[in-house]
Each structure stands twice: as structure tokens, then as C-alpha cells.
Ligand binder design. Structure first.
Ligand code: SF4
Ligand code: SF4
Length: 387
């Protein structure tokens, strides 16, 4: 196990930095899917990528982006000391398999975000990070019983003040040079009454030089109006929603997807067989030892839901919401304080973004059942609470 507890703050990726600078280092991408393709498209001119590797035998022998897709066995036979870049969403099972094959995390294999961020820092002196999921409202048009953002548990939900949101974004971009995805979330992001104004402010000030991709997380209840659609087009916004139609009865999926299609707005209509219960209101997930918590944190895949609240940057945004409803109060060790900008701490910020922190886990990891790759508590998708 690799501990994400800081042991050598500011130097956790020194060995990787040496290898990335070595022009003889070669790379495999583990996972021939959308993340792997996106990584290839962005970095194929920067680093020598040998092939893709995938566990799905249907893909073996095929070509992707001009490279061969290998089976894990084929990869192992031909491997020398190349770096493996794990690009699948299901990191736990990928890490387990790579370890069974004798490879070591942070020596032989790295998460895609680790390679991207450290490479960009060394090559372009840029703090480049994968994502920020910025909550702009506690209001939501649905009341999902197992909402991971705990929205139904907030008795007096508010829309965050524009100035507060603008200040926190400005502060964030003092530290961060470029974020791949800035997602506006809620509740339902589109429930914010000044949603258009905020989107326009972000678009004009930060897109695309600091925000590469803008995404909206909605629930397909509120139809985007003319002004909103104009901005979706102008900033190439990606609209994401989950299909709860079996349970909510309030979604306008057909109408909204038709409008989005007419305006050529890209969207993801996610359908899940199950959701996972984060554990609320349990006070413990049963993991009590420090080692157990560190291991759980390392395996939990919340790498694409970094949160921000004022000057507090969180590795896992769920902790923020747990704090907001007084379910689990944040500890100082849980967040990275963006309050006083210090250029000498840029690498520490990147390390935090990539999972390193003072204890190797967050306070809320003691209570929560974890992200989907470690969570075994399946539940119905979008089950609504009675009003
Ligand atoms: S749609 Fe459901 S899961 Fe999403 S924020 Fe609202 S209550 Fe939570
Ligand atoms: S265990 Fe829970 S609190 Fe900890 S990182 Fe995973 S989702 Fe976040």
C-alpha cells in the first residue's frame, strides 16, 4: 500500500519527476477507454506512449489512436521498466491487478492525474489539475433519499452569494494555472437564480485559458432558457445529468435533451443500475485503525470531485457537505488552505490535489462508505423522499 500521509511534503513525486525528465522513459496507458483516449490526445506529442493495455478481451489486438491494445499478459511479457498510466475509472481493481502482477504504485504505475499534473509542472511550470466541483447552491428541485451532497438534510437551503463564489474562484486561480474541468454543482446548479450571470462571469474571465472545460451538473428538471443556451454554446459547456426517471417523475429528459440536441450542446445522460449509500447518518463505517483508514482512503476513488469552500480546498467534496450539515466537522488537516498565497507551496498544493494530506485520510473517511469503487452498499437510483 502507498500511504497518502505526507512524509516528505513537497518531494513526494521527486522520483517520478526524474523519470519524466528522462527522454528514454516510455509509457503504457492502462485502460483503452475515454480517459485513456483523452490522455493520449493531450500527451502523445509530449511523451512516448507505447501501447494501451485493457482487461476486456474483446479489445485485444485492436488499434486505438494508432496504437495496439494489449492484454495484461502480453503487456507483462514485453514490459521492461516503462511507466504504466492508470486511466480507468475503477482504480481499485486496476491497482489490485497491477500489484498482483508485481508492479508497485508510485514506482511502476501512476494515476493519470499524477502524470498529467507533475509533467505540466516540470515542463511548463504550470499548476495543472484535473477538476474542481464547485457547489453554487444548496437548492435542488429533487429530494433524493441518498443524496451524497446531503441536500435534503439542509433545512434552510441557500443559493451562495455571487461575490462569495467569485472571490473563491479568483482565490483558487491565484494558485491554479489551469483546471481541466470546472464543474458547477449543487443541489441543482441551474437552480441558482443568478446562474446565467455567474456562468458568463466565469466564461469571460477564465475560459478557456484557465478552465479548459466547463461542465454543469443538473438533474434535467429545469429547462435551459435562451440566455443559458447561448452561454452553453459560447463556452462549449457540457451538460451532465443522471436519469432518475424510474423514481423522480419530475425530470424533463425528453424535452431537455431535444433542446440540447437542437443547439448542439454536448451532454451526458447517465444511467446507473445502482447507487451507493454513503452511510448517512451512521457515525462509523467500522474502520477504526489508522492503517485501515489510510488504506481505505488510498483505495477510494474520489479523484474527480475536489471541492472548494471559501479558502478551503478539499480533496473530496463530500467532506464539505458533511461539514455543512454538522454531520462530520472538518479538521484543519482535512483541507489545503488557499488563504495566503505562497508560491513555494505550489508543489504541496499539487500533492494535496493528488491525495497527499497530513493524516493520510480525512475525518469523514471514518464515517463514510466511500466512492463507488470501494462501496459495497448498493441502493436504488434516485429514490425520492416524501415531502
Ligand atoms: S438531484 Fe438528488 S442527488 Fe442530485 S443534488 Fe438533488 S437531491 Fe442530491
Ligand atoms: S472514504 Fe469517503 S470521505 Fe474518504 S475520500 Fe472516500 S468518499 Fe471521501
Amino acid at each position: 500500500m502507498v500511504e497518502m500521509k505526507w512524509e516528505n511534503k513537497g518531494h513526494e513525486f521527486d522520483a517520478l519527476r526524474v523519470r519524466l525528465k528522462n527522454i528514454d522513459t516510455k509509457y503504457y496507458i492502462w485502460g483503452a477507454g475515454t480517459f485513456g483516449i483523452a490522455f493520449f490526445e493531450e500527451f502523445c506529442e509530449e511523451i512516448p506512449i507505447v501501447a494501451f493495455v485493457d482487461r476486456n478481451k474483446e479489445k485485444w489486438g485492436r488499434k486505438l489512436c494508432g496504437l495496439k491494445i494489449l492484454s495484461p499478459e502480453e503487456f507483462l511479457q514485453g514490459r521492461k521498466d516503462e511507466i504504466v498510466i492508470v486511466s480507468t475509472g475503477m482504480t481499485k481493481s486496476a491497482y489490485d491487478q497491477l500489484r498482483q502482477m508485481g508492479l508497485v504504485r508510485h514506482k511502476d504505475f501512476f494515476h493519470i492525474d499524477e502524470i498529467s499534473s507533475i509533467y505540466m509542472l516540470d515542463k511548463y511550470n504550470k499548476v495543472y489539475v484535473s477538476d474542481l466541483m464547485l457547489s453554487i447552491t444548496q437548492c435542488c428541485t429533487l429530494r433524493c433519499e441518498y443524496c451524497n451532497a446531503f441536500m435534503p438534510q439542509i433545512s434552510n437551503p441557500v443559493n451562495y452569494d455571487m461575490k462569495f463564489i467569485q472571490d473563491e474562484i479568483d482565490l483558487y486561480f491565484r494558485w491554479v494555472d489551469e483546471v481541466n474541468i470546472l464543474g458547477l454543482v449543487g443541489g441543482d446548479a441551474m437552480a441558482h437564480p443568478r446562474f446565467n450571470e455567474l456562468l458568463s462571469w466565469i466564461g469571460e474571465k477564465y475560459y478557456p485559458h484557465k478552465v479548459k472545460h466547463l461542465e454543469i451538473y443538473s438533474n434535467a428538471v429545469i429547462e435551459p432558457g435562451k440566455e443559458t443556451l447561448k452561454m452553453f454554446e459560447r463556452y462549449d459547456v457540457f451538460y451532465r445529468f443522471t436519469d432518475y426517471s424510474g423514481n423522480s417523475g419530475r425530470q424533463n429528459i425528453e424535452k431537455i435533451t431535444m433542446i440540447l440536441d437542437e443547439h448542439h450542446i454536448r451532454y451526458d445522460h447517465a444511467k446507473f443500475e445502482d447507487w451507493f449509500d454513503s452511510g448517512y447518518p451512521q457515525l462509523s463505517n467500522g474502520i477504526t485503525s489508522e492503517d485501515g483508514l489510510k488504506k481505505f482512503f488510498e483505495l477510494c476513488d474520489r479523484k474527480s470531485c475536489h471541492g472548494l469552500w471559501g479558502n478551503k480546498l478539499l480533496f473530496c467534496g463530500m467532506c464539505l457537505n458533511a461539514d455543512l450539515i454538522d454531520y462530520c466537522k472538518l479538521k484543519e488537516t482535512d483541507y489545503f488552505d488557499l488563504g495566503n498565497y505562497d508560491a513555494s507551496k505550489r508543489i504541496e498544493l499539487l500533492e494535496y490535489y493528488l491525495g497527499y494530506n497530513e493524516r493520510g485520510y480525512m475525518e469523514y473517511c471514518k464515517m463514510c462508505n466511500g466512492g463507488i469503487n470501494v462501496n459495497t452498499h448498493k441502493i436504488e437510483v434516485g429514490k425520492q423522499m416524501k415531502i
